[in-house]
Design a protein around this ligand. Structure first.
Ligand SMILES: Nc1nc2c(c(=O)[nH]1)N[C@H]1C(S)=C(S)[C@@H](COP(=O)(O)OP(=O)(O)OC[C@H]3O[C@@H](n4cnc5c(=O)[nH]c(N)nc54)[C@H](O)[C@@H]3O)O[C@H]1N2
Ligand SMILES: Nc1nc2c(c(=O)[nH]1)N[C@H]1C(S)=C(S)[C@@H](COP(=O)(O)OP(=O)(O)OC[C@H]3O[C@@H](n4cnc5c(=O)[nH]c(N)nc54)[C@H](O)[C@@H]3O)O[C@H]1N2
Ligand code: SF4
Ligand SMILES: [Mo]
Length: 913
């Protein structure tokens, strides 16, 4: 059958911007690999690229427009969604002026056509937008001070370097095409130094890992400069002819001696000597600044110190040298298509403080927020405040792919295509090539490209004509500067094109600064302040939390189901031990502004004053690290000082305050398809230690409740009365009663509920037919008043997958009634709950069950595969993202309330003892 290979370019928020080949078989994307023809990325793509195919077809992806009413999402037509948005925009403009609308354009995709997003809002009359950045603005602004303009060496120029310094940069994870270049330097005998407080994967590239204190780099750079100057090995000629402010700079360098500087940097003197020696003996050196360097209040001091070190060591304007940071991803386009010239400038809010800024905005207040390609409720600091700001807005429109932290607070969800479903052009912030974005497949479901969304929205306004051009027509215009460089659009569609940009910037030693010379660092006073702050203050919060780029994801681009129960945080092993914390402990991080749970991982080789975690986990998935981070702004460039977060560490408080570890919960599992899903995730998030028993693999039950604080019995394909095949059932029934007698909670799900009923004298039976799918049940009076179920109401539609049922035991209370299968949820004894529905499912599980049912792969259910028609499953797939989401929220509340009994049960036990 048909198999096509499509040449395209990765548009994800990654400096690599790889040339890609997309394989399409029978109209379906099957593979994403690197394009060997790309001159820089040369056929290499990351693991994330291969996995992106799954993301495109993920059952969690939203592929139809949705509208939220109260807590419930529903599907709507594009017509209805866009009509509503246009109406609200018009009404708000009339009542409060256009600045009552905030347009939040994120970093998720930064292609040529994305210029038109803001163009749309400018045609509309100009709305409130953002200034500053969560990403790299500080580096740019700082280098602008020194060089007049931030221009980086072409990555291929580093092939001429004799040595390299990766300064706060982690290319093995974040920029893979730099790795072979670094290896090439090493192969030629050159040193590759990694300067990073954390031992990242890029340690593998490095001949030496220098681990300064976070924020200490400025002093390390000064120490190296001082050593070079003391050795008389500086590039005198450059400094005298092409640099400005030498005298002041020398005063700064001599302010501290090398030992003092190394102390301030948090490194042994030998590290500074090694760095200086490298710069003196292995010329030229390319110094690559990472984004990790930006995320400090005084980031500019480090960047400027490194720029100056580049000048002192004779590496500026030299092939194979340079202090390189990044490239302009929107640089090659005709930028007047942002539309900023259409209107007088409008209000801007600071991105690093977006929560506070929205909440504080008056004249007019922010009434509506329109978000594209971003997840600020997760990715901005003080995520709690950002969430509050979004909740307060009357109307939030979110365009994107998944129900993330931000989408969850939106009123309208507009499903966007991925770059595999779009026509566009993309430049890079990591190199000098632009590449084609080619639609490999038609839009999945009803997804639309953002361009199409704004095009159709514009059609509802009086400026419709100004917007009405096809993708190709717009690209011709926006990419006119690229055509003038010799690459017309037809050619760009074939593959990557190298822009007219220098291999070696400032080779002529002319700098676009006011003086025409390189400006040397002149921040003596600020450096003195920085030195004064170097000694860590608060003994209760001795760690700096570094939330770095995850290896397997880009920022918050993940799905709900992909999250581990808790984010992992690395800590020095000895330090953890001194706090009484072991590897794997559930911990609580706390800062001046918030707290968040995490799972501790200990490492022998780690600075004692840092904690390292991956950024981008969703708050709604229990990964809320950005709640810990203050919303401050860097001094230069309006950047976001994520890495200033001072945090402390304590055990995630156990229910029983006398025990360090969380409560132990016994989990009895009956099949690989329902191990416990969200029910277990939520227990872990609450600090529980789980003890699973896989009965279906022959694992044995403990003889009694021991010190377990609660018991969970999960589902499986067995019949609850089948003691012959499942001889552990009778002892399990006893165990369930024994837990309850001690006041320790029991939860049974599906088969587990049937077994619970049996344990208390209820009878189980086979129904006439299978119950499958999300069903709306009714709560009973007792259910509404129940301490576990009540707080989780109203009932969402809940997932069913069973063909057996049970009659309620005599002493049980029915909490949820179904139709035709009545017994859906009951309470019995002191703290035992049965749930017939699968409250633990996520979308991935439901999609897998659906496949099993439709393909008849599970014997027991084979006879039912024709029960529902194709239309039924199509609707289920379209609704699945929000059905699973509602079920997850329901499950979370149930688990929290259920677990509260565990405290009582244990307290009772210890009270007796
Ligand atoms: N796999 C993957 N790739 C990505 C991303 C991702 O999330 N995942 N994100 C993309 C984005 S948005 C960006 S901006 C880039 C970022 O690319 P990088 O800058 O390479 O990566 P980061 O992890 O953001 O930060 C780099 C390092 O800075 C270190 N660091 C922190 N503070 C200091 C300090 O004071 N001094 C020194 N010397 N080092 C410090 C951190 O420990 C971290 O290891 O990567 C892009 N690529
Ligand atoms: N704690 C901590 N937080 C950080 C950082 C840190 O170091 N530490 N780093 C920060 C950095 S460097 C960055 S860049 C920010 C990123 O923060 P954000 O800009 O909020 O971006 P992402 O988390 O990458 O989410 C991008 C979203 O865009 C979606 N998307 C992709 N393409 C398109 C498209 O064409 N249209 C639409 N509508 N959506 C699309 C993706 O699916 C994804 O959901 O996070 C910052 N947050
Ligand atoms: S995410 Fe980065 S490394 Fe991976 S394919 Fe895309 S551009 Fe390349
Ligand atoms: Mo970024």
């Amino acid at each position: 059958m048909s198999r096509r290979i499509v040449t395209t370019t990765c548009t994800r928020d990654c400096p690599n911007t790889c040339g890609l080949l997309a394989t399409v078989e029978k109209g379906r994307l099957t593979r994403l690999t690197g394009d060997p023809a790309h001159p820089l990325t040369r056929g290499k793509a990351c693991r994330k690229a291969m996995r992106y195919v799954e993301r495109v077809y993920s059952p969690e992806r939203v592929t139809r427009p949705m509208l939220r009413r109260g807590d419930r999402w529903e599907l709507v037509s594009w017509e209805a969604a866009l009509d509503l948005i246009a109406q609200r925009m018009q009404a708000i403009r009339e009542e409060s002026g256009p600045e009552a609308i905030l347009y939040y354009q994120g970093f998720g995709e930064r292609t040529a056509l994305k210029l038109l997003n803001k163009y749309f809002f400018n045609l509309f009359g100009g709305v409130t937008t953002l200034r500053g950045t969560l990403c790299g603005g500080t580096g740019q602004a700082s280098q602008n001070l020194d060089f007049g303009e931030r221009v980086s060496h072409d990555p291929l120029d580093h092939l001429r370097s004799a040595s390299m310094v990766l300064w706060a940069r982690n290319p093995v994870t974040t920029n893979i095409s730099l790795a072979p270049i670094a290896r090439d330097i090493a192969r030629r005998g050159g040193r590759v130094l990694l300067v990073d407080p954390a031992p990242t994967k890029s340690v593998a590239l490095a001949s030496r890992h220098i681990a300064p204190r976070p924020g200490g780099d400025a002093f390390l750079a000064l120490a190296a400069a001082r050593l070079i100057l003391d050795a008389g090995a500086e590039d005198r000629g450059f400094l005298e002819r092409h640099a400005q402010g030498l005298e002041e700079y020398l005063r700064l360098v001599r302010r501290w001696d090398v030992a003092e500087l190394c102390h301030l940097a948090g490194v042994p003197v030998a590290d500074a000597e090694h760095l200086a020696e490298t710069l003196m003996l292995q010329k030229p050196t390319s110094m690559l600044l990472g984004w990790g360097l930006h995320r400090h209040v005084q980031a500019h001091l480090a960047i400027r110190a490194i720029d100056a070190l580049g000048a002192v060591s004779g590496n500026i304007g030299v092939p194979g040298g340079g202090v390189s940071q990044g490239f302009e991803e929107y640089g090659p386009y005709d930028q007047h298509y942002w539309g900023d010239s259409l209107r007088p400038p409008r209000r801007t809010l600071l991105m690093p403080r977006v929560g506070e800024e929205i909440l504080a905005a008056t004249e007019p207040p922010i009434r509506m927020i329109y978000v594209t390609a971003a997840n600020p409720v997760c990715t901005a600091p003080r995520s709690d405040k950002v969430a509050q700001a979004f909740r307060q807005a009357e109307f939030v429109v979110y365009s994107g792919h998944f129900l993330d932290d931000t989408a969850a607070l939106a009123h309208v969800f507009l499903p966007a295509t991925t770059f595999l479903e779009e026509e566009d052009v993309t430049a890079s912030y990591g190199h000098n090539f632009v590449g084609p974005v080619t639609p490999a497949i038609p839009p999945v479901g009803q997804c639309k490209s953002e361009f199409r969304m704004f095009y159709e929205l514009a059609a509802r306004f009086d400026f419709a004509d100004a917007f009405r051009k096809s993708e190709a027509e717009w690209l011709e215009r926006i990419c006119a500067p690229i055509r003038r460089q010799g690459c017309p659009l037809e050619q760009l569609r074939q593959g990557a094109f190298r822009l007219d940009a220098p291999m070696v910037p400032f080779a002529d030693k002319v700098f676009p600064t006011p003086s025409g010379r390189l400006q040397l660092q002149d921040d003596l006073e600020d450096m003195e302040h920085l030195a004064a702050e170097a000694t860590p203050a608060d003994p209760h919060r001795p760690f700096r939390l570094l939330t770095i780029a995850p290896h397997d994801y880009i920022c918050s681009e993940r799905t709900m189901a992909e999250h581990a129960p808790l984010p992992e945080v690395l800590c020095n092993a000895a330090v953890a031990a001194s706090l009484g914390l072991a590897d794997g402990a559930a911990v609580r991080l706390h800062s001046a502004v918030g707290q968040a749970p995490a799972r501790l991982r200990t490492r022998e080789q780690l600075r004692p004053d840092i904690l390292v975690a991956e950024r981008g986990g969703w708050a709604r998935a229990g990964h809320d690290l950005n709640r810990l981070i203050r919303d401050t702004v860097s001094r230069v460039g309006n950047g976001t000082p994520y890495y200033e977060a001072a945090v402390g560490l304590q055990p995630l408080q156990a229910l029983d305050k006398r025990v360090q570890a969380g409560p132990r919960i016994l989990v009895v599992q009956h099949g690989p398809h329902s191990l416990g899903g969200n029910f277990l995730k939520h227990l872990e998030q609450l600090g529980c230690a789980l003890h699973p028993v896989r009965t279906f693999e022959g694992e044995a039950l403990p003889p009694g409740p021991e010190d377990f604080a609660g018991l969970v019995v999960m589902g499986g394909p067995q019949h609850a009365w089948d003691d012959a095949d499942w001889p552990h059932f009778p002892s399990l029934l006893h165990l369930m009663r024994d837990f309850d007698t001690l006041g320790r909670p029991v939860a049974g799900v599906c088969l587990g509920a049937q077994l619970l009923a049996r344990a208390w004298g209820g009878e189980c039976f086979a129904m006439e037919s299978l119950e499958f799918g999300f069903v709306q049940h009714a709560v009973t009076q007792a259910g509404a008043e129940d301490p576990v179920l009540g707080p989780a109401l109203p009932l969402p539609r809940l997932m069913e997958f069973h063909q057996d049922s049970f009659r309620l035991p005599p002493q049980a209370t029915l909490l949820v009634r179904g139709e035709p299968c009545e017994a859906q949820c009951f309470r019995v004894g002191r703290a035992s709950y049965g749930f017939q529905f699968h409250l633990e499912v996520d979308a991935v599980t439901v999609a897998a069950w659906t496949r099993m049912l439709r393909q008849g792969t599970v014997e027991t259910y084979r006879q039912y595969r024709e029960q529902h028609d194709d239309a039924y499953f199509e609707t289920l797939a379209a609704e699945l993202p929000f059905l699973a989401d509602a079920s997850e929220g329901f499950c979370r509340t149930i688990v929290t309330r259920w677990l509260a009994f565990a405290g009582q049960g244990l307290a009772g036990r210890q009270g007796q003892g």
